[in-house]
Design a protein around this ligand. Structure first.
Ligand code: TA6
Length: 298
């Protein structure tokens, strides 16, 4: 890895041979694994961690890290033909750090920021995994760490044929108690209810959490807020995304997950900028698509 690092960025041991990128900037701190291009922590100055990382997260090649922002690509959920792992191969591949730079203070970036760029091509992916999505591609993940956290996944189709893909920036937000948390901005929108066999429903008011929740909101680019009574509010903005996924496994499903402590399901909610189900992306040869999510603590 030969990229020049500004003084605000250093490398630390990560997963296997894939280093962890540590950002320590006056505007914010962050940690990003090159394994999976996985942001596992972000704290704007003066605030605690906005992202939830499981205390039992498994940091080992071949396993996706539980928490932070897993990059689900080039498929979201089960493999389209049922032939591979859930959520694609990006989160279990080692990406290359190709850029790290300090960005000056401006209107969009109060206090400045650090931008990291990571890249993954078909050649970086284990052959058995790459065979599950037979396209030449370049995926770039830009992570801008500052008073806001902006994560952009840009995919270029380098092959001769159109490529179909689904994707998500599967953001785990830390909350004190999901049962006191609400998501505003989705009212009136249609969704697939995964816990009710993909039933098509329409959102009535804010999303409240009273049981296992796994919803794929379709055709929405809405700005959201995730807030807790008496607690903090996180704004979730997105671009290039027509799907928003909202997930919490609740107690019984969490108990089956070996990388989530039994009582930890109350501590997070996933609010994901995605393109999935009806909103899958068809990328013509030579074309590029960018999916962005931007988190701001209000
Ligand atoms: O985004 C929600 C979801 O697709 C759920 O169905 C749920 O199983 C979750 O992602 C976590 O998936 P994972 O493969 O990381 O255990």
């Amino acid at each position: 890895m030969t990229v020049a690092l500004p003084p605000t960025v250093h490398l630390a041991p990560g997963v296997g041979d894939a280093p962890l990128v540590v950002v320590d900037h006056p505007a914010a701190t962050a940690r990003v694994h090159t394994y999976g291009a996985h942001v596992v922590a972000w704290a704007p100055a003066g605030a605690g961690d906005v992202l939830w990382l499981s205390p039992d997260a498994i940091l080992a090649p071949g396993t996706a890290i539980r928490g932070g922002i897993p990059v689900c690509f080039p498929w979201f959920g089960p493999h389209p033909a049922g032939a591979g792992p859930a959520h694609g191969f990006a989160r279990t591949s080692t990406w290359r750090l190709v850029g790290a730079e300090d960005l000056p203070h401006d209107e969009r970036r109060p206090g400045g920021a650090v931008r990291l760029t990571l890249e993954l091509t078909r050649a970086d992916v284990a052959p058995d995994a790459a065979a599950l999505w037979p396209h030449e591609f370049t995926a770039r993940l830009e992570v801008e760490v500052g008073a806001s956290l902006t994560v952009s996944l840009t995919t270029t189709n380098d092959g001769p044929d159109a490529a179909d893909l689904t994707q998500a920036l599967h953001t785990y937000l830390a909350v004190d108690d999901v049962r006191r948390t609400r998501v505003d901005g989705l009212a009136g929108g249609p969704y697939l209810d995964k816990v009710a066999g993909d039933a098509r429903e329409v959102q009535d008011g804010p999303v409240l959490f009273t049981g296992p929740t796994d919803r794929v909101y379709l055709g929405t680019s809405a700005l959201l807020t995730v807030s807790e009574a008496g607690g903090r509010t996180v704004e979730v903005a997105k671009v290039g995304s027509s799907t928003t996924v909202v997930w919490n496994p609740w107690s019984a499903d969490a108990a089956k997950m070996r990388d989530v402590p039994d009582d930890a399901w109350t501590r997070f909610v996933c609010v994901e900028a995605a393109n999935a189900a009806d909103d899958a992306v068809r990328l013509p040869a030579g074309e590029t698509h960018t999916l962005t999510t931007r988190l701001t603590l209000l």
